[in-house]
Ligand binder design. Structure first.
Ligand code: SF4
Length: 415
């Protein structure tokens, strides 16, 4: 288990909840930015909890990546963000050249805010654009328009070209309602035209407890058919490849030198600190999820202050990360996983590897035969684009295999 050199901070506030989103967020409506309004009071009281959580966390090595995500972190002003960064730096220290990313939403900032983020040490921005189509933006419940988005990209790219930021990224969602192959290729052309050196392209996922979940059940969403989605997904890889982007993970594409170090950390199975409502951490191999509502998060902080921090946060309770989790995250990467090395790093002994890994490989035989999964010298990776598109099926097969294993695999000491 690599020690935690990364930290994630969750800022749960949004203007309102987008129709597809089931994240741990607190919608503030228009009060988010009103001086001394209820939104500002909510933000201040949450930041107090976040600082208290950082304060009581055990120490760890200096950080090499920090990611401020949400929610909508750009609802905070640069002084509030600066104070969080300063706290993390004092607590853990910061490696030189550390990557510090912040998510921003086009409806929440002006040009001056971008410059201010650069001045406090943010060196990578990630814009939640989702679409350049105004009808679609309305349909998915976003507040910004395509004009807002293009303007935001222009400001950020200008700052990037001046050297204020090392890199920046734009998020889009593919397979939205009524998407066609040609409308999607226009979306990608807009995205490429912004100059973003990193693109995250997410598939729309229908979550049951959302507006989209309810519309889906009533058959009102008008989603692309399965065949069309597949064509759209394959066209994404093709168009971005022609534009010079490499796909280094299922949803992530970058120009040379612009992969996200923070994302790669998650997929490499390293440890990380997570702070804030609903966030997850796994500093020393064991996962810890914080409560997803503000009341339960506050109670959790109070109980930690009273009774001491959760044992999973202490180095003395370090454990190897379970193999199913390592496989789940490792198979998302272009380079895939070396099965046996991963099993051994997860605490398996050689006999267990010999006995059980062959069963996993057997369960993947059809994917291997069809070239969706490729094996080279013990390393398994999804082919691009076909294999990446069926990653879920490969992972489901892995989970079935995992559930079939005896409980004690991986718990015997290595000889
Ligand atoms: S802005 Fe992002 S986090 Fe907030 S509701 Fe929309 S999708 Fe969810």
């Amino acid at each position: 288990m690599n020690p935690p050199r990364s930290a994630y901070l969750h800022i749960p506030f949004c203007h309102r909840r987008c129709f597809y989103c089931d994240f741990a967020v607190i919608p503030l409506g228009n009060s988010a930015r009103e001086e001394s309004g209820p939104g500002v009071a909510s933000i201040n009281s949450y930041l107090d909890l976040l600082h208290r959580e950082i304060s009581m966390c055990p120490l760890g090595p200096p950080l090499s990546t920090i990611y401020i995500g949400g929610g909508t972190p750009s609802l905070l002003n640069s002084i509030q963000i600066d104070s969080l960064l300063t706290h993390l730096k004092k607590k853990f220290g910061l490696q030189s050249g550390a990557e510090i990313t912040m998510e921003i939403d086009p409806s929440t900032f002006i040009k001056g805010d971008i410059e201010a983020y650069g001045l406090i040490g943010i060196n990578r921005l990630s814009i939640g654009g989702q679409s350049f189509n105004d009808n679609l933006l309305k349909k998915i419940g976003r507040l910004h328009s395509s004009e807002h988005l293009l303007q935001s990209c222009e400001w950020v790219n200008e700052a990037y070209e001046k050297g204020v930021f090392h890199s920046w990224s734009l998020d889009l969602i593919q397979n939205l309602p009524e998407e066609t192959l040609s409308s999607w290729s226009h979306q990608l052309k807009y995205a490429i035209g912004t100059g973003a050196p990193h693109l995250s392209i997410y598939d729309l996922v229908i979550e049951p407890e959302t507006v989209f979940g309810r519309k889906y059940l009533k058959g009102e969403l008008g989603l692309p058919t399965e065949e069309l989605s597949e064509e759209i997904n394959i066209s994404t890889g093709k168009i971005l490849k022609e534009a010079g982007f490499a796909r280094y993970e299922i949803s992530s594409y970058s120009l040379p030198g612009h992969t996200s170090r923070h994302n790669r950390m998650y997929w490499s199975g390293s440890g990380w600190w997570g702070f804030g409502m609903g966030s997850t951490s796994a500093p020393w191999g064991q996962r810890l999820a914080r409560p997803k509502t503000i009341v339960s998060y506050r109670n959790w902080i109070l109980s930690q202050e009273r009774e001491g921090v959760d044992p999973t946060l202490s180095l003395v309770n370090a454990q190897p990360m379970p193999l199913d989790e390592l496989l789940m995250i490792g198979l998302r990467r272009r380079e895939g996983v070396h099965l046996e090395s991963l099993a051994i790093s997860s605490g398996w002994n050689k006999e267990e590897c010999d006995q059980y890994l062959s069963l996993l490989i057997e369960s993947w035989s059809e994917f291997l035969l069809n070239g969706l999964l490729i094996e080279q010298a013990g390393r398994f990776f999804l082919s691009n684009p076909k294999g990446m598109e069926v990653s879920n099926q490969v992972l489901i097969q892995m989970m079935i295999w995992w559930d079939s294993l005896p409980m004690n695999v991986g718990s015997a000491p290595n000889p």
